[in-house]
Write a protein that binds this ligand. Structure first.
Ligand code: BGC
Length: 363
């Protein structure tokens, strides 16, 4: 009997110890959903979020959607199950993400659209963003500044039509390029839809969609490369020579630049980009990409975290303007962008402390 009692006592002790070891259900205060690990741009955001979060007491979890709206939705569901109060999300597809954020809203979560606006839904509370129209304007202004005379061949490329930013970038570029197409400085070589619209200073969303339909890279390097190669195959020798290329971001810029560099009828090319991805910074140093638009992700991350913490503390975040998403005006905080070329690459990206000198090979 004594032995039996000892055994019962021992097993009770073991169970208590085990229970003490079982972790409590993990709760998360702020959920972050980013679109893909396949583009260095979003790895930048992840790293900067992690750095910024070291100094907060709130618990945070970052999940990636890997280019899939379905994964994005299940990521949001996972975070909701962990009790998040704030969701910071970069939509894979601006319209399709509505379903995910509507679920979050239904559970009382505050939704912050990060970099990309979520469209045609009421379920977005705030938007932190760069000035995306200014990105496109800066890219186009760079090309304009490099061009002399008339008849310069112009090749246009754009981002994914499922990303509202692709329209903002193109709108900005068109603002600056269109007068220079109208006055003969540039001649569009790779989009009949853009040629049809070239007399129009401002394009509607539907008109932009028609152009994007011909020149979208889908934010995908291979698509960009194949598209550029097919445009070069279709173009006559006279449409090459010294060419000007509007490339929407760094990943696609490198792919498009490589395709143009491989064509012997292309004597020289100027190509734009954005994001200041390390690989493109090296391309700029090496003279293989002409410029990038630097979007200081640290600022966007700080703005998003500050907003989330303000909400968690029961206060209302400060905003600087608003963006209409088709259903409502979303209160927004916007950040400026910086043009980087070979001339200021060191000052803008290394002296500023954004990257390390040792990340690059200077000649
Ligand atoms: C972002 C860009 C990025 C692109 C492709 C856009 O929404 O603003 O920085 O290069 O998506 O991921």
């Amino acid at each position: 009997m004594k032995k039996l009692l000892m055994m019962v006592f021992a097993s009770i002790m073991m169970m208590t110890t085990l229970a003490a070891c079982t972790p409590a259900v993990q709760t998360v205060d702020i959920g972050i959903v980013l679109p893909t690990r396949d583009e260095p741009r979003w790895i930048q955001d992840e790293e900067r979020f992690k750095a910024a979060l070291e100094s907060t007491d709130y618990s945070v979890e970052i999940l990636f959607s890997q280019g899939s709206t379905a994964t994005e939705l299940s990521n949001v569901e996972t975070l909701l199950a962990k009790g998040i109060k704030v969701l910071i999300i970069t939509a894979q597809d601006g319209d399709a993400a509505a379903a995910a954020v509507e679920k979050a809203k239904a559970e009382g979560v505050t939704v912050i659209a990060y970099d990309r606006l979520i469209t045609n839904t009421e379920a977005v509370d705030y938007y932190v963003t760069f000035d995306s129209v200014a990105v496109g304007e800066a890219q186009a202004q760079y090309l304009v500044d490099q061009a002399t005379g008339t008849g310069n061949p112009l090749y246009l490329y754009a981002g994914a039509a499922s990303d509202n930013n692709a329209f903002l970038f193109f709108e900005g570029a068109w603002n600056v390029l269109q007068p220079k197409i109208a006055d003969g400085t540039f001649v569009i070589k790779n989009s009949s839809e853009a040629v049809n619209l070239q007399a129009k200073a401002t394009l509607t969303r539907a008109e932009m969609s028609a152009v994007l339909g011909q020149i979208t890279t889908n934010w995908d390097f291979n698509t960009a490369k194949n598209l550029a190669e097919s445009h070069l195959t279709a173009a006559a020798e006279a449409d090459k020579g010294n060419v000007f290329i509007l490339a929407p971001n760094d990943g696609t810029a490198r792919a498009i630049a490589d395709a143009f560099a491989a064509d012997t009828a292309v004597t020289s090319f100027k190509v734009t980009g954005q994001d200041a991805e390390k690989a493109s910074v090296q391309y700029i140093i090496d003279g293989k990409q002409s410029m990038t638009v630097f979007k200081d992700v640290r600022t966007l991350v700080t703005d998003a975290i500050d907003m989330a913490v303000t909400v968690l503390e029961g206060n209302t975040p400060q905003t600087t303007g608003s963006y209409n998403n088709g259903s409502k005006d979303v209160a927004a905080k916007q950040t400026d962008v910086v043009v980087v070329t070979q001339d200021n690459v060191r000052a803008a990206l290394i002296t500023s402390g954004y990257y390390l000198e040792s990340d690059f090979t200077f000649r």
